[in-house]
Design a protein around this ligand. Structure first.
Ligand SMILES: [Zn+2]
Length: 219
């Protein structure tokens, strides 16, 4: 039979364990997020911060490219840059969420965008998206997978997939800019993963598998 004294000791231990977080699943991580200084900024966190900064600058750049394309009469290219801008904004938000989860603070070091003629701007955008798709995100993904950081894996995966789509759309526009003068194409962006499409011919997002209702048209 358990004595009253032992029962009291046990109750005391349980109370201490719950209060101190000993028995709360995931508490260690929560505590780290809430109280510990934000990190040494290496590995996954460093990559997330780099990705956030890259996409912040991409936003500034594509906003300027869109305005330039509009002024030069390439209305479809202007809309395309706006669509990709919408996609990149979603990616920034996803990166920021993952950074905050690791007790970090998303920050941008914004450079003044170099704006040239639309043809050259498209070339620059192709180079940038190609680098993201082939080098930046595959490297970040490999590291996040190694560290088994699901949130980082997800946001890097979305960005890699989006970079490939952006790359193909920019290449298409660059190959035949005259066809991209009239805004005939329509664009929709997934608010969860940033996927860009030119037709809503599916029931769930092919990248994040969320319903079609997550897509918004870019105007
Ligand atoms: Zn999606």
């Amino acid at each position: 039979m358990v004595s009253l004294k032992r029962l009291r000791i046990f109750k005391f231990f349980m109370l201490w364990a719950v209060v101190s977080g000993f028995l709360v699943p995931g508490y260690g991580r929560l505590r780290a997020a809430a109280h510990e200084p934000a990190q040494d900024e290496t590995g996954v966190l460093k990559n997330l911060l780099t990705a956030y900064n890259i996409e912040s600058n991409t936003c500034t750049l594509y906003r300027a490219f869109s305005e330039k394309a509009g002024k030069e009469g390439y209305l479809q290219v202007a809309l395309l840059f706006r669509a990709v801008l919408g996609s990149v904004t979603v990616q920034m938000e996803n990166h920021a969420e993952a950074i905050k989860e690791m007790a970090g603070t998303p920050k941008s070091d914004l450079k003044t965008p170099m704006v040239k003629a639309t043809g050259e701007n498209l070339q620059g955008a192709i180079k940038q998206e190609s680098d993201k798709f082939s080098n930046v995100y595959p490297a970040f993904l490999a590291n996040a997978r190694q560290e088994r950081d699901k949130m980082a894996v997800r946001t890097f995966n979305y960005s890699k997939s989006a970079a490939e789509d952006h790359l193909n759309l920019f290449k298409e526009a660059y190959a035949d800019p005259a066809r991209w003068e009239k805004a005939a194409k329509r664009f929709w962006v997934c608010s969860v993963c940033g996927n860009v499409v030119t037709a809503l011919n599916f029931t769930e997002c092919p990248v994040c598998f969320n319903p079609l209702s997550k897509y918004g048209e870019v105007k």
